[in-house]
Design a protein around this ligand. Structure first.
Ligand SMILES: [Zn+2]
Length: 249
């Protein structure tokens, strides 16, 4: 074996070790039963924003049945009502990630301090449930949103610099399920996702709120299509290559 081959072999072993650590990371107190999080050349990261909600348990049932890992970008104001659901999602091996404590654009985008306060409040609330510090973040509206400009010009640049400098990993999406708008049929959601899947990382934006029944209905259809077409599913971690929109503030 040449030096080069040995180096490649070693880096493969390293990668596999790193992968094991990602998948089977155990927190101090909560016992986790991780489900498959398989990274391949065709990977789907299902992400659910704005939960937990009345429907989260149904989402978790589907993910469990299909053995698929996902990521939940939670909102702090829902945590008291659905604390057990968050715990269940975490123990099942999904990523609990930070969206916002209040989801009030006029407050969180008023200044960098206001954003940091909101983020920290949510971070400590989540940590008190899962006993681990969450590091994965999604900005309300995504990093390309132009609404924030109304409250403070340039705020997204400030916020993303802060996140990058403070060991957070923020993720936008490259597939929109279109389930954010009012009443969307499960067919529209299904088609919006499966027609846009491609080789590489597919980060799918979905929503987990009390009214998103059609998202829940589309979910098993999306998973079945993806599996039949050679895609694997994984959760976002700090090892996932970040995907960012263009900042437009
Ligand atoms: Zn949101």
């Amino acid at each position: 074996m040449t030096h080069e081959e040995t180096a490649v072999l070693n880096s493969n072993i390293l990668e596999q070790t790193a992968f094991k650590q990602i998948t089977y990371q155990k927190p101090e107190r909560l016992k986790k039963e991780p489900i498959d999080s398989v990274i391949s050349s065709k990977t789907i990261y299902l992400t659910f924003d704005d939960g937990p909600s009345y429907l989260t348990n149904q989402i978790l049932d589907i993910l469990k049945e299909k053995e698929v890992a996902a990521t939940f970008f939670v909102v702090g104001s829902n945590l008291d009502t659905y604390k057990d659901v968050v715990k269940r999602a975490y123990i099942s091996g999904h990523t609990i990630a930070l969206h916002t404590n209040t989801h009030r654009y006029n407050e969180i985008y008023a200044s960098l301090d206001a954003y940091i306060n909101d983020l920290n409040t949510l971070k400590y609330r989540v940590k008190s449930i899962i006993k681990e510090t969450p590091r994965i973040v999604r900005l309300p509206g995504g990093s390309s949103n132009t609404i924030s400009r109304k409250y403070k010009e340039g705020i997204i640049t400030e916020v993303t610099n802060y996140l990058n400098d403070n060991h957070y990993y923020y993720f936008d999406w490259n597939i929109d399920s279109l389930d954010a708008s009012g009443k969307v049929s499960k067919e529209v959601i299904y088609n919006s996702v499966v027609n846009n899947l491609k080789v590489g990382n597919n980060i799918v934006l979905m929503h987990d709120t009390n009214t998103k029944q059609t998202t829940v209905e589309a979910l098993p259809m999306i998973i079945d299509y993806a599996k039949a077409n050679g895609y694997t599913f994984a959760r976002l971690t700090k090892y996932t290559p970040v995907y960012h929109h263009h900042i437009n503030n």
